[in-house]
Design a protein around this ligand. Structure first.
Ligand code: ADP
Length: 377
C-alpha cells in the first residue's frame, strides 16, 4: 500500500474504539499509515469525536481521497427523541403503522419559554411548548390504561441517567418539566425474557456502515445483564430494571456474581436459548435483529448519504435491543459512538479497518490480517 495519512482529532475518549483504531493503524505490519499534525488538511482519514468533527478540514485539497469516521446527521437516529420522531415521520408519510419492534413512544419537551402578561394586579405566566411535544397524545393514549407501565428516558442521556419507570403518566410528565431536557416516554417492556436467577438483560450489537452505505453486523454481540432478580412490583428497584453497565457496577453488590462484568456473550446465550426454549440464537433472535437494523438504516439512507460530497464517511453504531418472554426483539436505542466490550475490541478494530477503511483506498487486492467478523446484512 502507498503511504496514507490520518488525522486524529479525538478529544474525549468516551469511546476508546477510534483510539484503538489509530493504534492499530500505526502498528500494522504494512506500515502504510502515518499520523499527521492536528492542523493539517492533507490527510486521507479523519478520526474525530461525534458532534465535534471539523468537517471544514475535509475536501480542501483536490485529488486526494478522504474518509471520516461519522456520517454527518446520524443524530436523527442516534438520539432517543430523534429516533422516535424519525420513525414516526416515516410511518406517517408512508401511511404505515408504527414498526412493531418499537414500543409505543412519545417525545416530551419541557416548556421552552414563558410569556408573562401583567393584567391589573395579576401576573399571568403562559409556558410555551415545542410544537413537537406529544404530552397530549401520551395522556390520551394512557387514559383508561392504568396498568400500563412507562419508562421516561432523557433523549441525550446515557448510562441510565435520569431514567424513571412508573404507571403514573402525570408524574413522569412533571418530572420532565422539572428538567431542561427532551425526554422519550415509552411503554415499558414489562415481560422481558429472563436469564438464570430471573434477571433481565439487553443486547448490544455493533453495526458498521461503510462508505458505500453497505450495512455490516458484527458476528459477536454482548448481553448486559442485571445483577438482581427482575421485580415487576418494585419499579424503583433500579438494578432489577435497568441493565446499564455503569449503573449495575455502581449500585449492585452482586455485580459480577453471575457473569464476569455482567457480560454474557453469544455462545452462552445460544446455549441458554437451546436449553430453555429449544431454539437457537441464529434462528430465533438474529434474524429479527438484522431486519430491524436494515429497516432503521434504510429509512435514513437518503438523509445520510454522502454521494456528491468530496469525502466519504463510515460509522460504527451500537444497536441496543431487548427480548421479551415471547422471544420478540425490541429496539431500545441506537448509539452513535459505541464503546466496545474489552474482550471484543481488538477483533472489532481489525475488522472495522478491513471493512470500512482499507477498501476505500485499496479496492482491489485487500490485505487481510485476520478473520473479518463483520458480515454484510
Ligand atoms: P441509556 O442510554 O441510559 O442506556 P437505554 O434506552 O439503553 O438508555 O435504557 C437503559 C436501560 O433501561 C436499558 O438497558 C434497559 O434495561 C432499560 N429499558 C430501556 N427502555 C426500556 C423499555 N422500553 N422497556 C423495558 N426496559 C427498558
Amino acid at each position: 500500500m502507498a503511504d496514507l495519512t490520518y488525522l486524529f482529532v479525538q478529544r474525549d475518549l468516551e469511546s476508546s474504539v477510534y483510539a484503538a483504531v489509530a493504534k492499530y493503524l500505526q502498528r500494522r505490519e504494512d506500515k502504510s499509515w502515518k499520523k499527521v499534525a492536528k492542523d493539517s488538511t492533507r490527510f486521507n482519514l479523519m478520526l474525530g469525536d461525534r458532534n465535534k468533527l471539523p468537517y471544514s478540514k475535509l475536501g480542501q485539497i483536490r485529488g486526494i481521497t478522504q474518509v471520516v469516521n461519522y456520517y454527518r446527521g446520524s443524530d436523527i437516529i442516534c438520539r432517543k427523541a430523534s429516533l422516535v420522531r424519525t420513525l414516526k415521520d416515516y410511518c406517517e408519510k408512508k401511511k404505515l403503522r408504527m414498526f412493531e419492534w418499537m414500543t409505543t413512544s412519545f417525545v416530551i419537551y419541557p416548556p421552552c419559554d414563558e410569556e408573562v402578561k401583567v393584567i391589573g394586579d395579576e401576573t399571568l405566566v403562559r409556558r410555551r411548548r415545542s410544537r413537537s411535544d406529544e404530552r397530549d397524545q401520551l395522556k390520551k393514549f394512557a387514559e383508561g390504561k392504568p396498568r400500563v407501565t412507562w419508562i421516561a428516558k432523557s433523549s441525550s442521556g446515557a448510562k441510565g441517567d435520569g431514567i424513571r419507570i412508573s404507571s403514573d403518566v402525570e408524574s413522569l410528565v412533571q418530572m420532565v418539566d422539572s428538567q431542561k431536557k427532551a425526554y422519550v416516554i415509552q411503554q415499558y417492556i414489562d415481560s422481558p425474557l429472563l436469564l438464570s436467577g430471573g434477571r433481565k438483560f439487553d443486547i448490544r450489537c455493533w453495526v458498521l456502515l461503510d462508505a458505500t452505505y453497505t450495512i455490516y453486523l458484527y458476528r459477536e454481540g454482548v448481553l448486559r445483564t442485571a445483577s438482581e432478580e427482575y421485580a415487576p412490583d418494585r419499579l424503583d428497584h433500579l438494578t432489577a430494571h435497568l441493565t446499564n453497565h455503569s449503573l449495575q457496577q455502581e449500585l449492585s453488590e452482586n455485580f459480577g456474581k453471575y457473569e464476569i462484568g455482567n457480560e454474557m456473550f453469544y455462545d452462552e446465550f445460544d446455549s441458554f436459548l437451546q436449553d430453555n426454549y429449544g431454539v437457537g440464537l441464529d434462528t430465533a433472535i438474529l434474524p429479527q435483529i438484522r431486519s430491524i437494523i436494515k429497516s432503521c438504516l434504510g429509512i435514513v439512507q437518503s438523509s445520510l448519504n454522502t454521494t456528491g460530497l468530496d469525502y466519504w464517511s463510515f460509522q460504527l453504531l451500537g444497536f441496543d435491543f431487548m427480548v421479551d418472554s415471547d422471544l420478540k426483539v425490541w429496539l431500545l436505542e441506537v448509539n452513535g459512538a459505541p464503546a466496545c466490550a474489552q474482550k471484543l475490541l481488538s477483533g472489532l478494530v481489525q475488522s472495522l479497518v478491513e471493512t470500512a477503511i482499507d477498501p476505500v483506498f485499496v479496492p482491489y487486492g485487500r490485505v487481510q490480517h485476520g478473520p473479518n467478523l463483520f458480515d454484510q446484512i
